[in-house]
Design a protein around this ligand. Structure first.
Ligand code: MLT
Length: 332
């Protein structure tokens, strides 16, 4: 019901209401497909809180976590047409809207989060802003939810262990290619079907950040969590250019300032919560395999072709920029 109201524009943020003092109050909408008790949910809530605070009561942000307004793709489409004002989501489902967002599908790209965050804060993101804008989306900032890791019912210590494993992936061709290239059997599936898919043995494994694995209790169906760190789980905050540009100038500034602050809060939350999330998995009886550099390097070599695919999809300029930004960040 709520979702169809958004699709038909009934909740459009162009609607304004007056408060008792006859001050214009702008009603905006933010959504994500993740549970609230994840860094994605924290990013969403903190952004809404900061924006309301900075507006001194002139903005009210209605919050919809947990796919209440639809899947990632549906929410992004609603942001494009201005019916939802903001979305917090990873970049993988955005590739259907902004092909250049695929740059973050590059596998085994970052040695650690420090390198990844330096790259996210550099010229690559500035360049990407233009690609989002061209697709009627405004990139307000990137944070992260750590790296994506794998869960399975057997330990994975080498490429040989990955052979034939039926692993659920997102509907993203580069993710699918990565898992094919390392010898497994990727099975794209909606996130909402993953728990039951594991329970019914339709899939053997899945990959997500630990935050998401804990929020969805995936560990109940898996014996091992393997710290593969294969792809950064970026978190992007995207807004509707039409709605933002329609706000008074001082409130537009609040939109950007709140984004800068919320991004830092989200990153800190990722770091502060990491050990506790892993402990929940350990306490459940699931074995956590530490990061294995030899496995990482084997997967990196096997999936090098994904980088070539990216060049053909989005051009070598962006891919070269990613490579040079990684080099620079590793030397800092
Ligand atoms: C997925 O694997 O579909 C996503 O990582 C889930 C999420 O964004 O919470």
């Amino acid at each position: 019901m709520l979702f169809s109201m958004l699709l038909t524009g009934c909740l459009s943020s162009e609607a304004r209401r007056k408060d008792a003092g006859e001050q214009d109050v702008y009603e905006l909408y933010i959504a994500c497909d993740s549970q609230e008790d994840t860094v994605t949910g924290i990013f969403m809530n903190e952004y809404a809180r900061l924006l309301e605070e900075k507006s001194n009561g002139r903005i009210k942000v209605n919050r919809y976590p947990n796919s209440q307004l639809g899947s990632d793709a549906e929410i992004t489409e609603a942001v494009q047409n201005g019916n939802i004002t903001f979305v917090v989501q990873t970049t993988a489902p955005q590739v259907a809207f902004v092909p250049e967002a695929a740059i973050f599908d590059a596998p085994m790209a970052f040695k650690n989060l420090d390198v990844a965050r330096k790259v996210l804060d550099g010229p690559l993101s500035e360049k990407l802003k233009g690609y989002y804008e061209a697709k009627n989306l405004r990139l307000l900032g990137y944070a992260d939810q750590g790296f994506r890791v794998m869960t399975a019912n057997q330990d994975i210590q080498s490429l040989a262990d990955l052979k034939g494993i039926k692993i659920r992936t997102m509907e993203n061709s580069n993710h699918i290619q990565l898992w094919k290239d390392v010898g497994s059997n990727p099975t794209p599936m909606a996130w909402s079907e993953v728990y039951i898919g594991l329970q019914q043995k339709a899939i053997d494994a899945q990959e997500n950040p630990v935050e998401t694995i804990v929020a969805a209790k995936v560990y109940e169906q898996q014996d091992y969590l393997i710290n593969t760190n294969h792809i950064l789980h970026t978190l992007s905050l995207i807004g509707s250019p039409a709605v933002i540009d329609d706000l008074p100038e001082d409130l537009q500034q609040s939109v950007y300032d709140a984004a800068d602050e919320a991004k830092v809060i989200a990153r800190n939350a990722t770091d502060e919560r990491a050990a506790g999330r892993v402990q929940i998995v350990v306490d459940s009886g699931t074995t956590v395999s530490p990061f294995n550099e030899a496995l990482f390097n084997e997967m990196k070599a096997a999936s090098a072709g994904v980088w070539d695919t990216l060049e053909s999809q989005i051009g070598s300029e962006l891919v070269d920029l990613l490579r040079s930004e990684i080099d620079k960040a590793e030397k800092e």
